[in-house]
Design a protein around this ligand. Structure first.
Ligand code: ATP
Length: 230
């Protein structure tokens, strides 16, 4: 379970608070107006944003004691964090070993991850030789191999067209389901939330609200969310 225990972050004059729990293995959308604090909420989990009060706990353990790189967390941003000078296989292999000294068994796992995301035959290409959708798949394969229990997506697929985005969300759902990964996904698209996330956290007026059922929430949004959704 991921628990925000009266957690607060303060960035200049901006303050965000969160006090709720997310079940292990849940898929959660995070929506709200621009500048409302969605990325800040993810940053509190990943460790990019320090807490000014309260705690964030995973499986009962206080994450603030753990440096960002050692937290049980992977984060995917819109730019996909791929290294341009490394091959597709090497970019994925980083999920297993940052120094890329992979054993034959680990190389086989990289090949398997590439197969899972439909990129077999592209292992030796550089990211620039792939389409945007294929680059997203490389990033997802790396995250799958990294196998951290919490996955944070910050508008990771926002640059993709609708059909590709649907593909990526289905792929993500399959991988997260197989591994039991807990996913928090920031999106500006309510259709993403409906397609992917049974529950949604609304971030508005400095508060990340407890998760609500996505369908009913979007069918009958509270006033602050209604204004944002238009
Ligand atoms: N380092 C900082 N110092 C001061 N204020 C900051 C800092 N980083 C972010 N903020 C402010 O904190 C608020 C929340 O930012 P955040 O990036 O979490 O919003 P968001 O909901 O993810 O926005 P968007 O949808 O536009 O990406 C914003 O008002 C922003 O201006």
């Amino acid at each position: 379970m991921l628990r925000f225990d009266r957690a607060e972050a303060t960035l200049g004059s901006f303050r965000l608070s969160a006090d709720f729990e997310i079940a292990a293995g849940a898929r959660i959308a995070v929506i709200g107006p621009s500048g409302s604090g969605k990325s800040t909420l993810l940053g509190m989990v990943a460790g990019f944003v320090p807490l000014s009060a309260g705690r964030v706990l995973w499986a009962g353990k206080d994450l603030s004691q753990i440096p960002p790189g050692d937290r049980p967390v992977s984060t995917l941003f819109q730019d996909q964090n791929l290294f341009p000078h490394l091959s597709v296989a090497q970019n994925v292999g980083l999920g297993l070993r940052p120094d890329l000294r992979l054993s034959p068994e680990q190389q086989a796992r990289v090949a398997d991850a590439l197969r899972q995301v439909g990129l077999e035959g592209m292992a030796d290409r550089r990211p620039a030789q792939l389409s945007g959708g294929q680059q997203s798949r490389v990033a997802l394969a790396r995250v799958a191999l990294r196998a951290r229990p919490i996955l944070l997506l910050d508008e990771a697929f926002a640059a993709l067209g609708p059909a590709l985005k649907t593909d990526m969300l289905q792929l993500l759902e399959r991988i997260a389901g197989e591994t039991g990964t807990t996913v928090l996904m920031v999106t500006h698209d309510p259709d993403d939330a409906r397609a992917f996330a049974p529950e949604t956290v609304v971030v508005v007026d400095g508060i990340a609200q407890p998760p609500a059922m996505t369908g009913p929430l979007l069918d009958d949004p509270p006033p602050a969310l209604r204004a944002y959704l238009g």
